[in-house]
Design a binder for this molecule. Sequence first.
Ligand SMILES: CC(C)(COP(=O)(O)OP(=O)(O)OC[C@H]1O[C@@H](n2cnc3c(N)ncnc32)[C@H](O)[C@@H]1OP(=O)(O)O)[C@@H](O)C(=O)NCCC(=O)NCCS
Length: 407
Amino acid sequence: MSLPIRPATPDEFPALERAMGLAFGGDPVLADSEHGRAITEFDRTRCAYDGEEIVGTSGAISLELAVPGATLPAAGTTMVSVRSTHRRRGLLRAMMRSHFEDVREREEPLAALWASESSIYARFGYGPAAEMCSITVEPARARFARPLEAPGRCRLVGSDEAGKVLPAVYDAGWRERPGHFARSAAWWEHRHLYDPEHQRDGASSYRFAIYEESGAPRGFIKYRTRQKWPPTGLPGNELQVVELQGLDATARAALWRHALDVDLVAEVQAWNCPADCELPWLLADSRRALRTVRDSLWLRVLDVKRALESRRYAVEQDFVLALADDDWPDAAGSWRLETGPEGAACTRTTREPDIRLAATDLGTVYMGGHRIGALARAGRVEGTAEAVARADVAFSWDPAPWCPEIF
Ligand SMILES: CC(C)(COP(=O)(O)OP(=O)(O)OC[C@H]1O[C@@H](n2cnc3c(N)ncnc32)[C@H](O)[C@@H]1OP(=O)(O)O)[C@@H](O)C(=O)NCCC(=O)NCCS
C-alpha cells in the first residue's frame, strides 16, 4: 500500500492522538493534549494519510543518551501505530524508512525505543539492549543484611520542591547509567511531574521523598500509595515506586529503606528497576525481593563507526566484526574495532572477520547489558571461542543499562 508519509502539524495533534489511542486499544484522553503537544517534535513525526485521515503514526524524540562511558545523540522512536483497517500492508515499514532517513540527516548514530511487542522491531535492526526488573517486597520480610549507615536523612517534599530537586539530582547522575537520557524542563513538566487523576488507577497522587546529606539532595523516590483495609486487620496498603534515583549506593539504600518503612504497607511494588538493582543484596533474605525481568530499551545502531568509537570498553582488544544489515547498507560490512577503557577506533577493513553478527544483535550487546558469549551459544554470533571471548569481555560494562521510563 503506497500512501503518503509526512510530518503532522501541531493542529493535527488531536487526530494523531486519536489514531494512537485507537491502535493501542485505549481511549485518547483529550485533556492531555496540551501536555502531549508540548513535547511532540512535529517535524520528526512521520504519519501515513489516507485522504485527509491519519491512519499511521510515528515520531522521534531527540535524545542525548547515555552509553558506556559516554553520551550520544539518539532518536527515540515513538508513537508508532497503524490503524486496524490498514495493518500489514507495509505502512510501518514505510514510516520506519522515513524515520531512519531523518535520523541519518540529523547525524544521530543510534535509535532507541520501547517495544509494545518483542516480535516487531528486530526486522528493522533493533535489539533488546536493556532489561527492566519488576520487584515486589513485603516490608515485614525486608530486614537489611547490614545496618544502614547513611549519614543523611530522608525528607518528604511537596510537588513544588520536587519540581526543583528531582531534575537537579537526575541531571547530576544520568550520564553514569547507560540507557538514561537527558530530561529537558518541558519533559519534567509534562511527563514526570504531570499527575492527572486518570493516570493513578485508584492510587494516591505522587509522593516525593528526597535523601539529603548536609542539606544537599543525593537522591529521590517518587511513589504512590494505594489504601487497602483487609478484613484480617493486618496492614494492606500498597506502595508503588514510580522512580528511585540516587547519586550513590548509600542514597539508594536510604530511599529503599524509606519505602520499606512506611507504615501500613503490606507490599512495595517497583515496576522498573535496573537488572543489577541493589535491593535484593541489601536484604538479609534476598529471595524476598521477588523479581520479574523483561526487555525494556531496544537499540538500533545506524552509524556504526561513531557508535562504536564513542563508547568505552572494559579492556583493550583488537578484532574485526562482520555486520549483516539488509535494512541499512551503510552499516553492513567488516569493521575493525580497537577497544579500550579510554576510547576506541572503528574503521572499515578487508581483514578476515573474527566474529559475525547481525544488526539486531549489535543493538543487543552495544550497551553491555547482554553478553556476546550468550548470543554465540544461541547461534546468533559466529566466531571462534577465542574471538567470541575477547569481544565478550570488551563489550561488557558495569553498571547494567537501564531506562527508567517508557517513551
Ligand atoms: C505494530 C504495527 C504498527 C505494525 O504496523 P503495520 O503497518 O501492520 O506493519 P507492516 O505492514 O509495515 O509490517 C512490517 C513488518 O512487520 C511485521 N509485523 C508488523 N506488526 C507485527 C507484530 N505485531 N508482530 C510481529 N510482526 C509484525 C509484518 O509482518 C511485516 O513483516 P515483513 O515485512 O518482515 O514481512 C501495528 O500492528 C499496530 O499499530 N499495532 C498496535 C500498536 C503497537 O503495538 N505499536 C507499536 C508500538 S512500539
